[in-house]
Design a protein around this ligand. Structure first.
Ligand SMILES: Cc1ncc(COP(=O)(O)O)c(C=O)c1O
Length: 504
């Protein structure tokens, strides 16, 4: 009975205002309910007649949705007993499980990664030095300045604007403007009801996690990934499975195995460009990933916070391939324009948007209207995309300057792959050089960077560091690269020196 009531509620909401055929809506919602774990394996579905009567639609329509799901293996029909959610597929032999797909139940304190990042950020704040830590946009560039023009104009026209607040879903004009922006940027027709505007992409991820997952559930993410997401997963007691990746993100066959074995409830991807590596998945990789997502109905977050800063190719957002409405796209204007802005958006399909909207109204409740209204005015202006393009050109030269300076060291050139997008260089270090040790040595030279293991779901003192080129001019980047080369050489010399105590 409870299943019937919950399903009816979801379906009524999904049908409201939708132009999709009703049997498709029924199939999609049941698929999503299974993917999000609301319907568990083995659970019995209400009869087609009960569901049809409760919804005021024909039994044939419901039966056709059930048949589709039975054909795809999601539901199992048993004559005389009813229709059930399919059992999880049998786990392949242990040897077939890729070692990197082991599950990690975070033992660390929630927030441990943010604390480590904060340590390096405050080292930068504490004095002069070269900031390669942040990965945040440069406020001197056109996008931040363009925003400020709209902010100041609004303030002049409406001196009372700073006192205004919005409710949890976001300012209406901002939701409308972001819907237009999403259509242009992600190639997806989007209505304002599918868009939420709030303070932070991280906060939206938090609300998604709280809405769709429970402690002990499995989330799949690529590795390395955004450290803030890993902190959140630890906070909510989620289990984390990683997928072996290459520059374009998760390898499809490995992802398929992980989906089959662990039956995760959430796939979290850092979008295009990926953070921290800066890779941009091509269209064929995205199609493969989307096909897997559709076959294993799972809620997917595409965290596309830096997508305007893709340099050498065109990004294919997962969202643009999302026929079933499973993908929630997060984008942060604070990442695109400047970190202190605190405006971000979540874009979801109508079915998911309703559930997210309810959660946002309870968890977030209110926000500051003025920054959202200024973003709305700027995004809708004819300068916005041009300003982003101007910043992209500058970031591209900074990326190239840093990469060229690092490549002067043959030792580092081997692990150097300039990022296809994003604001940071992910640098793999020569064998035996740890990212943490290198950051300490760089700190002594007043150059600040982030150790790679902050981004690794399975901490392993990774031989990598992240160097952000976003906020620095080319000469400073060359000086930073020289410090990295020098500190790596120093660590290698130290490693080769036999400690005195071991001579006997
Ligand atoms: C991939 C990714 N998502 C989300 C965020 C956080 O965005 P916001 O500042 O809007 O919360 C960051 C910030 O570093 C990020 O790198």
């Amino acid at each position: 009975m409870k299943t019937l009531a919950v399903l009816v509620d979801r379906l009524q909401q999904a049908m409201r205002g939708s132009r999709k055929p009703i049997n498709e809506i029924v199939a999609d919602e049941i698929r999503l309910a299974i993917g999000s774990g609301m319907l568990a394996p083995g659970e019995r579905l209400p009869s087609t007649r009960a569901l049809a009567t409760a919804l005021g639609i024909s039994t044939v329509t419901v039966a056709s949705a059930f048949t589709r799901l039975v054909d795809s293996g999601l539901l199992v029909a048993q004559v005389g007993r009813g229709t059930f959610v399919g059992a999880p597929p049998p786990a392949p032999a242990a040897a077939a499980i890729h070692p990197a797909s082991d599950i990690w139940l975070p033992a660390e304190q929630p927030g441990a990664r943010q604390r480590l990042v904060a340590r390096w950020m405050s080292a930068v704040d504490a004095g002069s030095g070269l900031n390669l830590v942040g990965g945040y946009a440069d406020p001197r560039l056109p996008p931040a300045q363009g925003y400020l023009r709209h902010f100041r104009r609004l303030l002049k026209e409406k001196p009372e604007a700073p006192f205004a607040f919005t409710l949890g879903l976001g300012d209406a004009a901002a939701r409308e403007a972001v819907a237009g922006f999403a259509a242009a940027a992600f190639g997806v027709a989007t209505r304002a009801e599918q868009v939420f505007v709030g303070a932070s992409a991280h906060q939206f991820l938090d609300v998604v996690v709280r809405s769709f997952l429970e402690p002990g559930d499995v989330v799949v993410c690529d590795s390395p990934t955004y450290y803030g997401a890993l902190d959140l997963f630890a906070l909510y007691g989620l289990r984390v499975a990683t997928v072996p990746s290459d520059g374009e993100g998760p390898l499809p066959d490995a992802l398929e195995q992980v989906l089959a074995i662990h039956r995760p409830k959430l796939l979290y991807l850092t979008g295009s460009p990926r953070n921290p590596e800066g890779g941009v998945p091509g269209p064929s990789r995205q199609q493969q990933i989307m096909a897997l997502v559709a076959a294993h109905p799972i809620v997917t977050v595409e965290d596309s916070s830096l997508f305007p800063y893709v340099y050498d190719q065109k990004a294919t957002p997962l969202k643009s391939l999302d026929q079933m409405g499973q993908v929630i796209t997060l984008c942060s204007f604070s990442k695109m324009l400047f970190a202190g802005l605190r405006v971000a958006a979540a874009i979801a399909s109508p079915g998911i948007a309703r559930r997210l909207g309810n959660a946002l109204q309870s968890y977030v409740r209110m926000g500051a209207a003025l920054p959202q209204q200024a973003v709305a005015a700027y995004v809708a202006s004819d300068r916005f995309f041009g300003d982003l393009a101007a910043a992209r050109t500058i970031y591209r030269s900074r990326r190239d300057a840093l990469a060229a300076a690092l490549a002067a060291s043959p030792l580092l050139a081997a692990g150097l792959r300039p990022p296809a997008g994003g604001l940071s260089q992910w640098l793999r270090l020569p064998d035996g050089v740890s990212g943490q040790a290198l950051c300490e040595r760089l700190g002594l030279r007043r150059v600040f960077a982030l150790p790679g293991d902050v981004f690794m779901p399975f901490p392993d003192n990774t031989g990598a560091i992240r160097l952000s080129f976003a906020q620095n001019d080319e000469d400073d980047l060359a000086a930073g690269a020289a410090a990295v080369i020098d500190a790596v050489a120093e660590l290698q010399r130290d490693g080769r020196r036999v400690p005195a105590g071991q001579l006997a």
